[in-house]
Design a protein around this ligand. Structure first.
Ligand code: RIB
Ligand code: CA
Length: 316
């Protein structure tokens, strides 16, 4: 089955790994990429998305999106994690292509309305573009096929605060709108992605399987790996954003639970994501807004890594 996707991204080292999968996998039709601030500034995110498509020698529309959060003050991009250029501070070739005219929200609304019931939105950065698209066309939830969001954390704790995951923390107001809209949405958060470690041996196979993209994946991984060694004492990196695509193609590798999602938007716990399980009753309706969503609470890490390696080492 082919999945026609719009990839909403803040590339970003792990975003680049996921973009390489989206560009290569025969069951994925990449309709376009929409960019957002997050790991990098919006300008760098757009330039990196254009460059990755160029290196794969594919003409993929890139629509530029959110430059900052909906409400809160923007945090400086985490150059110590992804590099100031979002790809491990490696020397990058100049891009030769440009973003399309439409903004990211306009692009999303146009593509979904052109193909109602067929488009999957895969969002792996802060959620401002999807929130703005909902604002632009409030009937969007009835016309998308599926939304997959890399973000959030239910039991795993946070990676930028003790409770908040980066994509949610970077724009909690947008996250609340997206996670509580009435569309079919699966959340692939740290409860799943932290079970997956892309180790150096697997990365070596991937680099060998990629042509021009291989050098970017290799050098950006090396930078990201140093961060993970220092910050988490693991030798490798969590392929957070690739996990969103793995769920789409191999949902059997994940353990999920249905329930209502909410996002804390203010105060010490801003960006925290809460799951109110479908079968539980709580004191009042505040914890069950919108329609029930599917939340990944675990993953078969080794199998996810094997799938990623296979997706990025094309058979002869
Ligand atoms: O918390 C991990 C997420 O935040 C990933 O999408 C990573 O690329 C950053 O955007
Ligand atoms: Ca990302």
């Amino acid at each position: 089955m082919t999945h026609s996707i719009i990839f909403d991204t803040d590339p970003g080292v792990d975003d680049a790994q996921a973009i390489a999968i989206a560009l290569a996998h025969p069951e994925i039709e990449l309709l376009g990429m929409t960019t957002t601030f997050g790991n990098v500034t919006i300008e760098v995110a757009t330039s990196n998305a254009l460059l990755l498509a160029e290196l794969a020698e594919q003409r993929i529309p890139v629509a530029q999106g959110a430059a900052e959060p909906m409400v809160k003050k923007k945090n400086p991009p985490p150059g110590h994690i992804h590099g100031d250029n979002g790809l491990g501070n490696m020397a990058l070739p100049e891009t030769t292509t440009h973003a399309v005219e439409q903004s990211a929200p306009q692009f999303i609304v146009e593509q979904v309305n052109a193909r109602p019931g067929e488009v999957v939105l895969v969002a792996v950065g802060p959620l401002g573009n999807l929130a703005a698209a909902l604002q632009l066309d409030p009937t969007l939830p009835q016309k998308v096929k599926q939304v997959v969001v890399m973000g959030g954390s239910i039991r795993e704790g946070g990676n930028v605060t003790p409770v908040a995951e980066a994509n949610m923390f970077n724009d909690p107001h947008a996250a609340a709108k997206v996670l509580q809209a009435d569309w079919p949405l699966t959340l692939v958060g740290l409860d799943a992605t932290h079970r997956c470690v892309l180790d150096p041996a697997s990365m070596k196979k991937i680099v060998a399987g990629q042509e021009k993209l291989g050098r970017v994946l290799e050098e950006s991984y090396a930078f990201y790996r140093r961060f993970y060694q220092k910050a988490q004492g693991i030798d490798g990196c969590c392929p957070h954003d690739s996990c969103a695509l793995v769920w789409l193609l191999r949902p059997d590798l994940f353990t999920t639970r249905q329930g209502y999602l909410s996002v804390i938007t203010e105060g010490l716990a801003e960006g925290q994501t809460l799951l109110s399980p479908l079968e539980r009753e709580f004191v009042d309706a505040r914890w069950s807004i919108g329609t029930p969503k599917q939340v990944c609470l675990d993953a078969n890490g080794p199998a996810v890594i094997d799938w990623i390696v296979e997706a990025l080492t094309p058979t002869e």
